[in-house]
Design a binder for this molecule. Structure first.
Ligand SMILES: [Mg+2]
Length: 168
């Protein structure tokens, strides 16, 4: 079955996503990518801004779980320990195994779940296949290396095609 690669929403930054925004859309579980979505890969621990945002989600009744393809669990583990949240490592995005595991763990359906990420061919494709809302953000720290410059340029038309592009 062909699935769309166009995200449902595009934001500059994860802080634009509030508990009210999610709950208005029936979402109680937010699954998030880590690298370049919540922090640049060079950042080893969550900063105050991220801690505040995670706290606000929790206070607003939204569960946050990290869904990462990271091969080494160390980074994800450290980040999640500091944030006080759970994670699914080796998630195999764009496959849906990680998303399904997290939804089962929290006892919610795809309609009650949103995926947050910076990449089209992993995060967005996984969300679309899994039937969840897809919230895309600009990669944190900008493109690192030649390949990421190409990748970001390739992603741009899909983000522009999104009817809810909130970057302006
Ligand atoms: Mg990422």
């Amino acid at each position: 079955m062909a699935v769309s690669l166009i995200p449902d929403y595009v934001f500059n930054d994860y802080t634009a996503i509030t508990p009210a925004f999610l709950r208005e859309r029936g979402v109680t579980l937010l699954l998030s990518d880590l690298d370049y979505t919540l922090a640049p890969k060079s950042q080893p621990e969550p900063d105050e801004k991220l801690l505040d945002w995670v706290r606000s989600l929790k206070d607003g009744g939204v569960t946050l779980e990290i869904i990462s393809n990271n091969r080494s669990p160390k980074r994800v583990e450290r980040f999640c320990r500091n944030l006080g949240i759970g994670y699914v490592g080796h998630a195999g995005k764009p496959g849906t195994r990680g998303l399904t595991e997290a939804m089962r763990k929290h006892g919610v359906s795809a309609a009650q779940t949103a995926m947050l990420g910076d990449k089209l061919l992993t995060d967005t494709l996984a969300a679309k296949r899994g039937g969840t809302l897809m919230l895309m953000v600009e990669p944190k720290g900008g493109p690192v290396g030649a390949w990421n410059h190409v990748l970001h340029a390739m992603q741009e038309p899909f983000k522009r095609a999104c009817e809810q592009d909130k970057r302006q």
